[in-house]
Design a protein around this ligand. Sequence first.
Ligand code: FAD
Ligand code: NAP
Ligand code: SF4
Length: 674
Amino acid sequence: MNTNYPNLFEPLDLGFTTLKNRVLMGSMHTGLEEVKNGYQRMATYFEQRAKGGVGLIVTGGIAPNFRGWVAPFSSKLTSKRVAKKHQLVTNAVHKYDAKICLQILHAGRYGHHPFNVSSSNVKSPISKFKTKALSEKGIQKTINDFVKCSMLAQYAGYDGIEIMGSEGYLINQFIVKRTNRRTDSWGGSYENRIRFPLEIVKRIRQEVGSNFIIIFRLSMLDLVEGGSSWEEVVFLAKKLEKSGVSLINTGIGWHESRIPTIATMVPRGAFSWVTKRMMGEVNIPLITTNRINTPEKAEKILADGHADMVSLARPFLADPDFVNKAKENNSKEINTCIACNQACLDHAFKGKVASCLVNPLACHETEINLDKVIKSKKILVVGAGPAGLAYAVTAAKRGHQVTLMEKSNLIGGQFNMAKIIPGKEEFYETIRYFNNMLSKYNVNVKLNSTFDPNMAANYEYVALATGIIPRTPKIDGINHSKVVSYIDVLKGKVKIANSIAIIGAGGIGFDVAEYLSHSGTSSSKETSLFMKEWGVDTSFIARGGVEGVKADIPKNNRKIFLLQRRSGKVGANLGKTTGWIHRFSLRNKEVKMINGVSYELIDDSGLHILKNNQKKVLDVDQIIICAGQLSNNIYLEKTLKVNKNTELIGGAFEALELDAKKAIDQAVRSAAKV
Ligand code: FAD
Ligand code: NAP
Ligand code: SF4
């Protein structure tokens, strides 16, 4: 028995088969499904996770027919020809003692294409395409396609399937009145509305036999008005059990819901209380999900009886060996998913192959080769921000002798500021991970040491990762005593005023506004605070958990203006899947976001701006500059004179559109070649 995580490593007996532990790798669309050599790349990607110890894997969503596509030409399984390609994946996973299920996902009205269909013709608020109600014949055909897809999955060697019945996709669109306006036997009463999922399950079970896993992802908390009531959810769960489902997975929130469910400000395991309510209502095992990113949290959820199994998805992008590291009681070496969505979900929504901010190898396993070196080099890395850390650890892991020099007294670079922003506490985990990796791979870390180009002579290779210098915009009065930089604010070097204008509404401007508008405990630390702030009824009297519930937003005691020169949405360049949360959060706290301004003057009366050709004075006591950055590459020229094997990485290389994803990716790719 594993002493640290006894519940996590308890096998789960499904009667006809046993899962070796309680960890499920949840479904994620990675985009590999659609690229050249995608099946080979997927096989390698899944094989690494199977090798890493996960008990059960669920693939990304695969459509049962073209109408069910999420986007034009996204992956579908409708023929033996394609099923044969999937055998690459199933064979790779089965080399290890792991099981894999194929997720069948029909997007319904969420399909970003003109062929999408739904229960009724109620257009989705998040797709520009209209939708068409399925006819009776269309419904029968769709059910047949789900069945056929399951049989093809069985043929392809999968151990089972997961039916995607949540997140607002087609099945969900049948279940609730919000989207199902039918008057025939598939609409109207609740019994009629749930006929569609029940028929699908029954028909699949008939065809695949009893020794095939059927997981149903049940929307337990819709988080939209007009969603299911708790009683309805329980009723459906019981019917699903009777119809032949082996496991019920938890779905939280529709994609159109305006409540964050997996972003970094969501507390860890914040929604496991929902699954707990279902425990005991059915006799089949229940899986809980959402923001479980450490073995400690997963174990606690199981130990507290919130579920029989835990689903983690993004943590397997961040670290394929998550489970084995936990098993070896070595969780400190886990590269923790910080729930930023920047390289996974944001990529998926942009049609790019997913990756991971903290692990650029994810889904690119066949592209980046970290083989051991034959001849070890003496390497100096200057700067211990994300770029320098990633470079140093990667090079040392490959067998080089690495010295990492940092001028401050701690590693982490700008992540030390990111981690103090309320809702971004997870960023600390990346620093913790790198710290452990530096000792594991014997990197010689020299803190409080400022680089001098002459030092380069002692090394065969030098990587300059000295980061950035904040940009100082040219505004009359920029040297006024009211003006401070975001670094002074976040490092606690200045007293913060009560009325503030922030110049620049990029990622950092938003973070600074969040930091300044908060008081008391960060709601990302406490589930009850988070649910109150976002208006979720944890007693589940409200339909969908939200109908008629008023959010209880903590008061912001400061007057804050967040400004940008560009016209258009403030913060338009923030993450695709998280930008709306930041805007929503600041609007709730009455931060005034103003676009299309030009900065005229700073003086004792405040910040003079021009907006729509009208002059205005923002009468503020402090002006914080968050106007982007410039590369700190001042050492390059002199260092090259001493050692021609010198390169710039991270912000020192390029500040334009720099973020940690870009910095770490570049560093790892570069260290893979040295
Ligand atoms: P840095 O992190 O700036 O590190 C450079 C290091 O070099 C520093 O530790 C510095 O002390 C050291 N150094 C400089 N000169 C010398 C010298 N002469 N000798 C020795 N050492 C030296 N990015 C995201 O992707 N997502 C986010 O959510 C996000 N949030 C952020 C929030 C905040 C508040 C801030 C400030 C930044 C955030 N970023 C975010 C940006 C991200 O942190 C940076 O893009 C990233 O840190 C750049 O990495 P780097 O290693 O190139 O530079
Ligand atoms: P940024 O996102 O590029 O934003 C810079 C802001 O400054 C913009 O709003 C820009 O808008 C303004 N600006 C630029 N030049 C200016 C000038 N000369 N005068 C006045 N305003 C000027 O950069 P950042 O906020 O410094 O963030 C740095 C990096 O960290 C970014 O890549 C960001 O994505 C990343 N980050 C990400 C997150 C996240 O949540 N994903 C959070 C924090 C940071 P206008 O030109 O319209 O005025
Ligand atoms: Fe997690 Fe961010 Fe990596 Fe996505 S990109 S897996 S959210 S750390």
